[in-house]
Design a protein around this ligand. Structure first.
Ligand code: GTP
Ligand code: MG
Length: 444
């Protein structure tokens, strides 16, 4: 449809017509109800509060059943989220209820990061929903929606003020989930102290800019009760599944040596107010707020992060196709850049390795030359030694010949002059020195 047609169509005056008889589209709300009932509902509650504050007891009391619960240890090294899903039925309405416990909350010495696993869990549920929405074949109709609809924040009944951990955690969560603060184990705090405690908590929340869930006052049917209840926040609750006989009635209560605290007695605690507001009056609003406010914020930030916009810089509607093309080009450019970077890195590495190898080769060559020189030197020395030895051997041989000649001469002389024997003998023994003088060398 062209833009001008569209403008004309939207500017056309609407006319009211009376119907001639019953047509039947007044059954549309009933059709909606019937469809929703068949489909069933899901509701997800996140319980945040320190270990043993009464989270499980309150859940059991709220839904009047016994959910599987085990005591959490006080020695968890970090906060851990534990979701449990139950199928509940009341009349013909099916409710898929998920209770998520922040196990180990407040138990670590360093609590700086305590809020992080909770935020991450909430974001993961939003992300899962967004991924389902973005699928080509999406099945949101029977999708198990695990997004957190409400966070019941259990405040320790100190009677003083909120802890910084409470303020930091609530501040981190308030843009992601509907927070309903409740004062746990309210039977441990006196009436006057409770009144002051409530005022203190609310003023601290306001001064720290923490946005808690406000029961809606725009629907006339519930505006009055909701605005009254907003003034009662934070609800001071008592939980118990124990039944005690009061008068001739069995009521859920906590029994003490001095008396009985009745859970459903509005002058004893705000349990009934909490149940009314959470389950009977505002459950659908909590689901709606989760979708239209918190999820929408997450989705918007996520899509903007991915580069999607509603309008381009000239305020023209932004085309999905164009965004996709731009992103694709950016991605391919980035890919090419990375590829080039890696190729360059590879070339550099090869060059480096080559240089290293060359250096090693040069070193080896030098070593070889050095060894060669040493070897030649040794060889020269050995040669010299050999020559010397040969010379000595020659000298020795010459002396030997001389000695033998002298010997034979002396033998001849002895045979001719026997009387001169002793004298000749003496000459013979003094011969070596004579010989050495002749040869010019001394034999050892
Ligand atoms: P973890 O899951 O282990 O963190 O504990 P939790 O927060 O679920 O507490 P749980 O409901 O197990 O209760 C712990 C103890 O507190 C039990 O002994 C309960 O009986 C007691 N308790 C629960 N609710 C109340 C309450 O409203 N007032 C008082 N005085 N005690 C309560
Ligand atoms: Mg528990």
């Amino acid at each position: 449809m062209a833009a001008t047609d569209l403008e004309r169509f939207s500017n056309e005056e609407k006319r009211n017509l009376a119907l001639g008889g019953h047509v039947g589209f007044d059954s549309l709300p009933d059709q909606l109800v019937s469809k929703s009932v068949t489909q069933g509902f899901s509701f997800n509650i996140l319980c945040v509060g320190e270990t043993g504050i009464g989270k499980s007891t309150l859940m059991n009391t709220l839904f009047n059943t016994t959910f599987e619960t085990e005591e959490a240890s006080h020695y968890e090294s970090a906060v851990r989220l534990r979701p449990r899903t139950y199928d509940l039925q009341e009349s013909n309405v099916h409710l898929k209820l998920t209770i998520v416990d922040a196990v180990g909350f407040g138990d670590q010495i360093n609590k700086d990061e305590s809020y992080r696993p909770i935020v991450e869990y909430i974001d993961t549920q939003f992300e899962n929903y967004l991924q389902e929405e973005l699928k080509i074949r999406r099945s949101l109709f029977n999708y198990h929606d695990t997004r957190i609809h409400v966070c019941l924040y259990f405040i320790t009944p100190t009677g003083h003020s909120l802890k910084s951990l409470d303020l930091v955690t609530m501040k981190k969560l308030d843009s992601k989930v509907n927070i309903i603060p409740i004062i746990a184990k309210a039977d441990t705090i006196s009436k006057s102290e409770l009144h002051k405690f409530k005022i203190k908590i609310m003023s601290e929340l306001v001064s720290n800019g923490v946005q808690i869930y406000q029961f809606p006052t725009d629907d006339d049917a519930v505006a009055e009760i909701n605005s009254v209840m907003n003034a009662h926040l934070p609800f001071a609750v008592v939980g118990s599944t124990e039944e005690v006989k009061v008068g001739n009635k069995l009521v859920r209560a906590r029994q003490y040596p001095w008396g009985v605290v009745q859970v459903e007695n509005e002058s004893h605690c705000d349990f009934v107010k909490l149940r009314e507001m959470l389950i009977r009056v505002n459950m659908e609003d909590l689901r709606e707020q989760t979708h239209t406010r918190h999820y929408e914020l997450y989705r918007r930030c996520k899509l903007e992060e991915m580069g999607f916009k509603d309008t381009d810089p000239d305020s023209q509607p932004f085309s999905l196709q164009e965004t996709y093309e731009t992103k694709r080009k950016e991605f391919l450019g980035e890919l090419q850049r990375k590829e080039e970077e890696m190729r360059q890195m590879f070339v550099n590495k090869v060059k480096e390795t080559e240089a290293e190898l060359k250096e090693k080769e040069r070193e080896l060559h030098e070593k070889f030359e050095h060894l060669k020189r040493i070897h030649q030197e040794e060889k020269r020395k050995v040669e010299e030694k050999r020559r010397e030895l040969e010379e000595e051997m020659n000298a020795f041989n010459r002396r030997k010949v001389a000695v033998e000649t002298l010997q034979s001469q002396s033998l001849q002389a002895t045979s001719q002059q026997p009387l001169k024997k002793d004298k000749d003998k003496k000459n013979f023994f003094s011969l070596p020195s004579a010989c050495s003088i002749t040869s010019g060398r001394h034999v050892n």
